[in-house]
Design a protein around this ligand. Sequence first.
Ligand code: HEM
Length: 160
Amino acid sequence: MDIANSKAPGERLSWEDIQKMRYSWNVACEVLRLAPPLQGAFREAINDFIFNGFSIPKGWKLYWSANSTHRNPECFPEPLKFDPTRFEGKGPAPYMFVPFGGGPRTCPGKEYARLEILVFMHNIVRRFKWKKLVGDEKIIVDPMPMPAKGLPVLLFPHKA
Ligand code: HEM
């Protein structure tokens, strides 16, 4: 809220403001951890190798899963608990938090997505209070996670 409160009505966010929105981004990361938009992707083994005692032959198709990595208690203790503080300080070790993939094929739109998410969060908090119309709405995966009923909300504009 520090950034939201520092802006005059109608004043736009600057790039510097975006860099300071650490807490908002930690919240967004925790959402991306529990409901990664892309569940994972395929790779092809370019060599024979052994992983966790399994022998993987060259040419096999492999699936890396963001979802199972993000819910692995060795990576994230109490994995089902929503806790944005996990991303404070250095945050998770490399390749434990992979909503945008990792390595040479990491999502090239990652920074643009971060910008869009933070600008959206800023504007919705700044302009509205809201009330969810479906209390315990489930998330369905088809193939991307989405609220089962489309997340209907009532928006209440703040008074100017
Ligand atoms: C929250 C938003 C987004 C998420 C969670 C996301 C996630 C991902 C993931 C997991 C991959 C696969 C990485 C891999 O195979 O290792 C990917 C690839 C890709 N993403 Fe995104 N993405 C997002 C937004 C965007 C945006 C905004 C753009 C473009 C403006 C974009 C463009 C791409 C492209 C072109 C690839 C293919 C890269 C390659 O194969 O080399 N993404 N994304």
